[in-house]
Design a binder for this molecule. Sequence first.
Ligand code: HEC
Length: 140
Amino acid sequence: MSLRHLVVISSLIACQAPTEPAATPPVEPPAPTPPPAPVVQTPFERDLAPKLAGCLGCHSADSQNGLDLTDLWASVDEPSSQIEMALIASGDHLQSYLWHKVAGTHSIAGGLGQRMPVGSTWSQDDIDLLARWINLGVPR
Ligand code: HEC
């Protein structure tokens, strides 16, 4: 075989060398969308807030009786106008006049006026829930 033949053959082999296709990045499957986070309501939002909403008809910013309960936390450590006791003493429902007014023990505690809410009475479960919420330190 002549040198010329060798050159032709080797260049033919070179031409036939399979050309690697350009590497394409593997296609990632789309990440699954996570399920929507469950709506977490605190016990206050779920159980107490709807009950306390019933107080707002008589206890909001322009109320004659002077007690605004639109932001309940504003009553924490605020004195009652009827007795020397905080409206809400965080951590101690027995020192919370608002609780006594709802429980109906306000007279025994030395207070006056009617049991709250005027016109209806909370169930014992709801009264206990209010006590628990106060004793837990009025969590939001
Ligand atoms: C129909 C109107 C009405 C509703 C509803 C009502 N209140 Fe009252 N509340 C009054 C009036 C009037 C007074 C003042 C006279 C009295 O104490 O009886 C008062 C007084 C109070 C006081 C004493 C304020 C102080 O300075 O010591 C508290 C505490 C109170 N209410 C809490 C509540 C809570 C909590 C609710 C809801 C569970 C509620 N009230 C619902 C009319 C209402």
